[in-house]
Design a protein around this ligand. Structure first.
Ligand code: TPP
Ligand code: MG
Length: 332
């Protein structure tokens, strides 16, 4: 595995802090009704992305696909965060010109394939992307993320079967944050070790402490290498936690404040910062400067989104297709 160096820790700290603060800002502007519709935040789960990025080949070779908790993954993969925030504001400068919104960030250029609102819908799509890479011999690997709730969808089983049969270059990640909306994992199945679903398909699988980016990177490195050598998929259960509600309107009656506080004690950002301090990788002044830089970067994104124009009304018709000359001809 690529070595985890002082720079890795510092970058992990900078990135995870930025993702956290970026989403805190989204929550704030949502309350002001500047961002509308659904808003599902990733706060608490950042170590999964940080660990994955450590072993991914970016620039379009390796790909990622996920559910609707999808604002920070494209940013980590290289998409301009200003454009992500503008998308949430529904502005013309957004990643999908303001037509996708919170749940549908997308960037083919950077290998981020959404942003899916149908629970589990991205599981077969992720295998399809991996099939494409195998067919075209690109050497790329797809990381297909979904939640503990999505793991109960039937399509997971069809996908796992075919992915193993064809030895597709894909890593399936279940981000087990304990809940599917207000339903705990304990209430959805007889067993709680979701990773064991891989056993039925003889798919290499296992649990990962996903509050720790080092553990994520190590598990992902092995899985990505397996996929790259042509040995097929891996299924990893990333044990994580989300601090915020499912979406913005969630009274959170299904859990206690104490439970949330317990997880904050093993917060991924704090864990990385503790290592930085212990190893004296940064001075207190330098850490303060990073915090300041992150704050101003978030403010820049907000300013850009605020000042960007809404799409022109004509855009409503630009993406309408007609069936004449099948398959799809763009409407005049
Ligand atoms: C097919 C389908 N069924 C139900 C829903 C409603 N729904 C939206 S999110 C969600 C919970 C999914 O939880 P999980 O997979 O654990 O992901 P998390 O939100 O925890 O990241 C449900 C049931 C949906 N969007 N799609
Ligand atoms: Mg969940």
């Amino acid at each position: 595995m690529k070595e985890i160096t002082k720079e890795t820790y510092i970058n992990w700290y900078k990135d995870m802090l930025f993702w956290r603060k970026f989403e805190d800002k989204l929550a704030a502007v949502y309350i002001q009704q500047k961002v509308r519709g659904f808003l599902h935040l990733y706060n608490g789960q950042e170590a999964i992305l940080a660990g994955c990025l450590h072993v991914m080949e970016l620039g379009g070779k390796d790909k990622m696909i996920t559910a609707y908790r999808n604002h920070v993954q494209p940013i980590g993969m290289g998409v301009d965060p200003k454009r992500v925030m503008a998308e949430l504001y529904g502005k013309a400068t957004g990643t999908s010109h303001g037509m996708g919104g919170s749940m549908h960030i997308f960037s083919k250029e950077h290998g981020f394939y959404g942003g899916h609102g149908i629970v589990g819908g991205q599981i077969p799509l992720g295998a399809g992307m991996a099939f494409g890479d195998k067919y075209h011999n690109t050497g790329g690997v797809t990381i297909c993320c979904f939640g503990d709730g999505a793991a109960r969808q039937g399509s997971l089983h069809e996908t796992f079967n075919m992915a193993m049969l064809w030895k597709l270059p894909v890593v399936f990640i279940v981000e087990n944050n304990g809940y599917a909306m207000g339903t705990s994992v304990e209430r959805t199945a007889n067993h709680q070790d979701i990773w064991k679903l891989g056993l039925g398909y003889e798919m290499p699988c296992g649990p990962v402490d996903a509050m720790n980016p080092i553990k994520v990177a190590e598990a992902m490195d092995e899985a990505m290498e397996r996929a790259r050598r042509g040995d097929g998929p891996t299924f990893l259960e990333m044990k994580t936690y989300r601090y915020r509600g499912h979406s913005m309107s969630d009274a959170q009656h299904y859990r206690t404040k104490e439970e949330v506080e317990e997880y904050k004690k093993i917060d991924p950002i704090t864990q990385v910062l503790d290592i930085i301090k212990k190893e004296k990788y940064l001075t207190d002044e330098e850490i303060k400067q990073i915090d300041k830089d992150v704050k101003s970067k978030v403010a820049e994104c907000e300013k850009f989104a605020e000042e960007s124009p809404y799409p022109d009304k004509q855009q409503l018709y630009d993406m309408v297709y007609e069936q004449e000359n099948y398959p799809f001809v763009k409407h005049k």
